[in-house]
Design a binder for this molecule. Structure first.
Ligand SMILES: C[C@H](OP(=O)(O)OC[C@@H](O)[C@@H](O)[C@@H](O)Cn1c2nc(=O)[nH]c(=O)c-2cc2ccc(O)cc21)C(=O)N[C@@H](CCC(=O)N[C@@H](CCC(=O)O)C(=O)O)C(=O)O
Length: 144
């Protein structure tokens, strides 16, 4: 059952542009960043209930995905982190497929496995973690 609600574009151009290019093309354009695959995560705003769309690196394994709340190693979590914490039902667009998932924050050995997969896709994640004392969260998305 897809998320319901009104889409609200991000006030940050950078945050908005690639997500909208992918969404508006039905998942046929704008699918990479520096040659690496990008997905679009749809979350329900924790305060507004509006639908938020966020471009993120594609980290997939056996039909599950990880999303990494890195924000380039900034000291604070990206805002979409709080949306997932409030409502774990999310949508993920991987190319032309847009499906429903339940997201859970992972830790310990499970996080280590997914972190390795994420760094393999996007090595900069390891650099981001060295830039901040904030432990960069990882969510695993399981099909609903
Ligand atoms: C700027 C802010 O964005 P954000 O949610 O903090 O997300 C910041 C970034 O993570 C986001 O821009 C990502 O798309 C950046 N980004 C990646 N960011 C990452 O953290 N990890 C990645 O792997 C990643 C990859 C990536 C690839 C391509 C690309 O173009 C961007 C990429 C934002 O959109 N704010 C909105 C509000 C958003 C929102 O969700 N509001 C909530 C309130 C939430 C609350 O405050 O509790 C609501 O509506 O209720 C606004 O200012 O209007």
């Amino acid at each position: 059952m897809p998320l319901t609600g009104e889409y609200a574009p991000s006030t940050s151009d950078w945050a908005r542009e690639q997500a909208e290019l992918i969404e508006n093309s039905g998942g046929t354009e704008g699918l990479t960043l520096q040659g690496k695959p990008v997905i679009v995560l749809t979350t329900k705003g924790a305060k507004t209930g509006l639908l938020r769309k966020t471009a993120l690196m594609r980290v997939e394994h056996d039909g599950e995905y990880a999303v990494v709340a890195s924000l380039g190693g900034a000291p604070k979590h990206p805002v979409w982190y709080w949306n997932i914490k409030a409502e774990p039902h999310v949508e993920l667009r991987d190319g032309t497929a847009n499906k429903d998932y339940t997201a859970r924050e992972v830790s310990g050995a499970e996080k280590a496995v997914w972190w390795e997969r994420a760094v393999e896709v996007w090595p900069d994640y390891a650099n981001y973690q060295t830039k901040t004392s904030r432990e960069i969260p990882v969510f695993v998305l399981t099909p609903r």
